[in-house]
Design a protein around this ligand. Structure first.
Ligand SMILES: C[S@@+](CC[C@H](N)C(=O)[O-])C[C@H]1O[C@@H](n2cnc3c(N)ncnc32)[C@H](O)[C@@H]1O
Length: 219
């Protein structure tokens, strides 16, 4: 039976067969590069895989910073290859970075798979509550804590199937970063500072069925 308590209802629960298509506003991806990832200038010589790219809203921004961005998604959005990240035979060390906003219900599996594939590091955008749970502690954090945990101080509204400049949300988000060669015993706690206004660009919300008349329900 589905748990409908207030605490659970406050977090949207997607059906098991849902693609969980909630695109990332471009400014939130720029926030990762501008404030959180180390050695921003070196990214120009590196490759990046975005393995759950959807309509490409994160992949396009990553292309502003990386030499090459490869992308794919398990569902056809008309943007890139159709590949299930959890089963497609990606090469170990096949990309310098793996960066994505995965479907929340598969985020644990995405982190473990990404750590196998990335040569240099992994960055995952997830709800702040991703830090919780005994299961994730045992599967990931105990042996593989992120090297950086960066909480957004602003809200990052994401709505199903499109970008919406006017959406609001009650959910907090963070970037979790694993630098594979960093000998960091404890994660560095960081904040993505207020940056939405500074990092939004003209055209960011084009082709996104922009909703201007009312605010949409975000996750
Ligand atoms: C939260 S959306 C994020 C989309 C995109 N990364 C972005 O940030 O704009 C999650 C994406 O994961 C894709 N997805 C779901 N299951 C997947 C899987 N097993 N392998 C690859 N992509 C998957 C969905 O189709 C959806 O596009």
């Amino acid at each position: 039976m589905q748990n409908t308590s207030h605490a659970v209802m406050a977090q949207r629960v997607e059906p098991l067969n849902s693609p969980d298509d909630f695109p990332t506003p471009p400014w939130a991806t720029r926030g990762l590069i501008e404030y959180i990832l180390p050695e921003k200038e070196r990214l120009k010589s590196m490759t990046c895989l975005e393995p759950a790219c959807g309509a490409g809203h994160m992949a396009k921004v990553l292309s502003e910073y990386f030499r090459e961005v490869r992308s794919s998604d398990a569902y056809p959005y008309g943007y890139s290859h159709v590949r299930d990240f959890l089963t497609y035979p990606y090469e170990k060390n096949g990309a310098d970075w793996v960066i994505t906003n995965p479907p929340f219900r598969l985020a644990e599996e995405f982190v473990l798979r990404a750590l196998d594939i990335a040569r240099h590091g992994v960055a995952i955008l997830a709800r702040t509550v991703f830090l919780e749970s005994v299961g994730r502690h045992e599967a990931i954090f105990l042996l593989n804590p992120p090297s950086r945990f960066a909480q957004f101080v602003e809200r990052v509204p994401m709505v199903r199937g499109r970008l919406d400049a006017k959406a609001t949300t009650a959910t907090g988000y963070a970037w979790l970063v694993w630098e594979k060669k960093a000998s960091i015993a404890h994660p560095r706690l960081m904040w993505v500072p207020p940056c939405r206004r500074k990092l939004e660009r003209p055209g960011d919300y084009d082709n996104s069925h922009l909703v201007t008349s009312r605010s949409a329900k975000a996750r």
